[in-house]
Ligand binder design. Sequence first.
Ligand code: GUN
Length: 293
Amino acid sequence: MNKILDGKKTSLRIKEEIKIKVDKLISEGHRPPHLAAILVGEDGASLTYVTNKVLSCKQVGFKSSLIRLPESISEDELLKEIKKLNVSEEIDGFIVQLPLPNHIDDEKVLLSISADKDVDGFHPENFGRMALNMESFIPATPFGIIELLERYNIDLNGKDTVIIGRSNIVGRPISILLSRKTKIGNSTVTVVHSRTKKLEFYTKNADIIVSALGVPGFLKGDMVKDGVIIVDVGITRVKDSSKKKGYAIKGDVDFDSVYEKASYITPVPGGVGPMTIASLLLNTLKAHKKSIA
Ligand code: GUN
């Protein structure tokens, strides 16, 4: 049996589906969906992620704009850039890539983004609506995880789910989503984190584990039970001189030892990462639909 939850293949299928919808929109006389991304500073990993997002827009026929701003930009200047995007009739949705430099208050920035264009789903209005099971933008990584589980017909109903990590971007939202009374939900969710005593007690009893910790190889085979379903959100750069770039991308899961016991597992790379980008495109398509309605 193939145990791999293949995010790369699934994301390509989603992109094909999006492309068909975009072609139809254009044939009906609409302009293509347009995603903008603001990147502050020169962080290499952030630049790679944003570049991938912009390239993916091209693949599905979206317009995209990358707005690069210097590390030294003031908070006020950044807020002015966001205001421009909020009112632009050309742009359906936009993201501000995180992390931001220390002198900029993330919370102020996220609050300044119009909830209708917040395709990252980070604004409290969208986050609250998501928690209440109302129509909203769902943050791209959790959304991608749900899409992947759904397309592999994974049944979570009544299962015990453990989320490792409680970040606002992944751990917290996915914990809410997987306990909701919805098709890919209805599971009993426990969130474990850096202060959890006996973390292994929870992971060993879990039917599904979503790990979003950022510690390479953290989850080992002896920490999980037979048949577990594993979703690995980790994407840490680890020095590797055998690679052209000088680093390899590693997940939170010690793949070989956990693979033995798992019934399904996402690889890194090629698992959650590409699904995150596909979900951002789905959110942008949704924002475009709202803007032409
Ligand atoms: N940094 C890491 N993940 C994300 C994401 O999903 N969106 C944004 N804006 N920044 C990030």
